[in-house]
Design a protein around this ligand. Structure first.
Ligand SMILES: [Fe+2]
Ligand SMILES: [Fe+2]
Length: 248
């Protein structure tokens, strides 16, 4: 198992591990924001830790890791958390309110920092990340995302998930491939709030999307998010129709 490193925006690194065991080809990506206080977004699964930590060590000494953050509690997002906390003695968990209070205070070997409020900015020294609550988007009531403000990079977690041996960065369409993966996995929680939450993210007008499964995207992030929201609107409406016909 080897983890590839690509700088997708200045000082923002995608760490990518490919497996052919899922959907014929799938990537698990973490993102390292290399401020003076470095932040890792997503931990990877425990079995990936040797490969992913070796990849981080190519960019910064592991001891420089100050924050470990992720979009929600789930094996690929948070599974290796305690291995990171052991390897980086100064690192603390930085996630939102529900994630901290429900899981973080119980699961982490060191107490997390106080919860990140919706819209709160964490100054990393040369980089700054804003936490955005996105409950149930794409899944998990504790869900949230990070926006790196100096590079206009949205670390958008499972949103835009697509399969394949994805290169580090693409300027090609990521909405169509995300729809194909949604057809395959059904991973997103479809509610009346799904599309509006994604449209709220479009207001950030990101120039780069750090996608957890697939290539990162450079281009008009707002347009991509609006198109993704439209696709979820369509899916939500279709699910209402399906529910109605079942009820009859
Ligand atoms: Fe997830
Ligand atoms: Fe994921």
């Amino acid at each position: 198992m080897e983890t590839q490193v690509d700088e997708i925006a200045a000082g923002v690194y995608r760490l990518s591990t490919f497996t052919d065991a899922v959907a014929g080809g799938f990537t698990y990506n973490q993102f390292l924001v290399a401020g003076d206080d470095a932040l890792l977004f997503h931990t990877g699964k425990r079995l990936m830790f040797p490969a992913v930590s070796a990849a981080v060590a190519k960019v910064i000494p592991l001891e420089r890791l100050r924050w470990v953050s992720f979009g929600h509690w789930e094996a690929d997002e948070s599974g290796a958390l305690n291995l990171w906390l052991e390897a980086a003695p100064n690192a603390e968990v930085a996630v939102g309110t529900l994630g901290t209070l429900i899981s973080g205070n119980d699961q982490a070997i060191r107490l997390p920092r106080p919860p990140m409020a919706d819209g709160e900015v964490l100054d990393l020294g040369g980089k700054q990340v804003r936490w955005i609550d996105t409950p149930h988007v794409p899944h998990g009531w504790d869900a949230g995302l990070l926006f790196e403000e100096t590079t206009s990079t949205l670390l958008c977690g499972d949103l835009f998930t697509h399969t394949g041996a994805a290169p580090g960065l693409t300027e090609n369409d990521v909405v169509g491939p995300a729809g194909a993966a949604e057809d395959l996995f059904g991973a997103t929680c479809l509610t009346a709030g799904t599309a509006p939450t994604i449209r709220r993210l479009a207001g950030l007008a990101p120039q780069t999307l750090g996608i957890m499964h697939g290539s990162s995207y450079r281009g008009d992030g707002a347009a991509a998010l609006h198109a993704l929201a439209d696709d979820y609107d369509r899916r939500f409406q279709a699910s209402l129709g399906a529910t109605g016909s079942n009820a009859r």
